[in-house]
Structures are given as structure tokens and as C-alpha cells.
Design a protein. Structure first.
Length: 194
């Protein structure tokens, strides 16, 4: 493919992404300038006005194909210049906040609720969700297929290795990986205290 055709294809793709973002804004999604949505994104506020959630997308944010954002009556707030990779899923029941310039890689899952565990004999599904706000700071990198559980705060500048499960808060600048994710060192070169 020649450079001219590549440029034309890229420009057309970008325009389609902007058009999809505009269509989402018609359904109530709050998006700033230069937001793009990839193919097959589900950005849904919810079924009824009284229980609709809130989705806010900051300037320059890019959602790749297959991203799913469902607030389920809660709020998903995405900062400026955030990249959310293909197939990422964010559930905002209890509220999810993602800071500016963060990179959420492909197939990540970000949750903000959990089920309560009732006594034996009471169906789990009959119990209400436990709402657990989740906050991801600015300049964070979540590697491919990271899972962030509800109620977790990931500090500014953190890096979380691919396939990790974040079950508790991570301090700013931490490099963490594993299941559950453990702080291994910090971006400033210092080691993790044990």
C-alpha cells in the first residue's frame, strides 16, 4: 500500500471514529473535542432515564474497537488523552475514574462493584451489588488483560504488568505485577519495601 493510500485510510478511519463519538453524544455521553470511538464499541448509559449512568470522555480520548463502557447507573469518567485498547471492559456501578494520559491496554477489565456473599441457602444473585469506587491515576499503564477489582486506587504513574489482578491500592509510581499484583519496584528506580 502506498503512503498516500495509507494516509487516506488513516484519515477515513479517524473521521469514522469521530462520527461514532458524535453519535454516542446524542445518547447522552459527554465527550470533549477530538474523542474517537472504534468499531463495535458499546458506550451505553443504561435502560431508563431514572437509572441512567454517566459517561464522560475527556479531550483526545481514543477507544479502540470492541471497548465496552457500561455505568449501570454509576459514573465512568475518563480524563484527557486516554487510550483504551481493543476489547477493554469498564463497569461503572460504583464509579470509575481514569486520569489523564493513561494507557489501558487490550482486554483489560475495570470493575467498581462486587456481590455480597449471603449465608448458605440465600441465592447470591438475589443480593444487591456492593458499590466500590475505583480510581486510576494519571499517566498509568495497565498492561494487556489486567483486571482491576472494585474499590482499588492506582496511584499516578503506576505500571501494572500484563495479566495482573489488582486487588488492593497501588502507591504512585509503583511497578506491580502478578495475581494478586504486588509492588516490585518504583519508576524512580527505588525498590519496594517488604
Amino acid at each position: 500500500m502506498t503512503r498516500q493510500l495509507q494516509s487516506l485510510f488513516h484519515h477515513g478511519s479517524h473521521l469514522c471514529g469521530r462520527w461514532r463519538a458524535w453519535l454516542a453524544s446524542l445518547s447522552g455521553v459527554k465527550s470533549a473535542a477530538a474523542v474517537t470511538l472504534g468499531r463495535n464499541c458499546e458506550v451505553a448509559l443504561g435502560p431508563a432515564p431514572g437509572r441512567r449512568g454517566i459517561i464522560e470522555l475527556g479531550e483526545g480520548t481514543r477507544l479502540q474497537h470492541g471497548v465496552l463502557l457500561h455505568p449501570y447507573g454509576g459514573r465512568i469518567s475518563v480524563g484527557r488523552d486516554v487510550f483504551i485498547g481493543p476489547g477493554a471492559v469498564i463497569y461503572g456501578h460504583g464509579g470509575v475514574e481514569i486520569g489523564d494520559e493513561t494507557l489501558v491496554s487490550m482486554h483489560c477489565r475495570i470493575l467498581s462493584s462486587n456481590h455480597t456473599v449471603p449465608p448458605a441457602g440465600t441465592p447470591i444473585r438475589s443480593q444487591p451489588d456492593l458499590l466500590l469506587p475505583t480510581k486510576i491515576g494519571r499517566d498509568v499503564w495497565l498492561g494487556a488483560a489486567v483486571t482491576v477489582l472494585g474499590g482499588v486506587t492506582i496511584g499516578d504513574g503506576c505500571v501494572v504488568g500484563a495479566g495482573s489482578v489488582v486487588t488492593r491500592d497501588l502507591p504512585p509510581g509503583a511497578i506491580a505485577y502478578g495475581s494478586p499484583a504486588e509492588v516490585r519496584r518504583f519508576r524512580d528506580g527505588s525498590s519496594a519495601q517488604t
